[in-house]
Write a protein that binds this ligand. Structure first.
Ligand code: ADP
Length: 151
């Protein structure tokens, strides 16, 4: 069984996240789309709200499980027999940050592999921070968030 986790803040989930998760779900037997609860990071939406949106987005995909976890991602991986971490790449900036995280995770848990995926071009510019900015300013985020959810 190939089990992967796609961890993130998903504050809120975007079409970019959805695109990456669906690609990963086609590659692995089980995919956890997982909200990493980070005490340092102040989120706009509650963990419950973010989880509800994940569940609605992936309701039709039986091999996707949406969950929230606390603590280190690798500790969640150890407990749940997960050997692959999925992360999305948009820019070289993402790459620099992600490379350090991937090597750190590998050092802490040598059997873990990080798999980087790129999203399709229409979603390349989408980020949760831009979506939050639009929401704060009462703009229309319809085309930035998954079809199955409303914000
Ligand atoms: P984090 O706070 O852990 O970075 P995010 O929710 O912002 O969590 O992002 C989770 C993952 O999704 C990250 O790997 C990020 O690079 C990726 N991601 C987000 N938006 C996109 C996008 N439009 N294209 C590709 N990857 C994306």
């Amino acid at each position: 069984m190939k089990i992967a986790i796609f961890p993130g803040s998903f504050d809120p989930i975007t079409r970019g996240h959805e695109n990456i998760a669906l690609k990963a779900a086609a590659m692995f037997d089980t995919l956890y789309v997982a909200i990493g609860e980070n005490s340092e990071k102040k989120s706009m939406f509650s963990s419950n709200q973010r989880l509800t949106w994940l569940q609605k987005t992936f309701a039709n995909y039986p091999n996707i499980q949406c969950i929230a976890y606390t603590g280190l991602t690798i500790d969640f991986c150890k407990k749940n027999n997960i050997n692959f971490i999925i992360r999305g790449l948009r820019t070289t900036n993402d790459f620099e940050n992600e490379l350090a995280i991937a090597h750190t995770n590998k050092q802490l848990y040598p059997t873990i592999e990080t798999v980087f995926l790129i999203c399709d071009i229409p979603y390349l510019h989408i980020s949760s921070s831009i979506v939050r900015e639009i929401i704060k300013n009462k703009g229309n985020v319809r085309n930035f968030i998954p079809e199955r959810i409303e914000i």
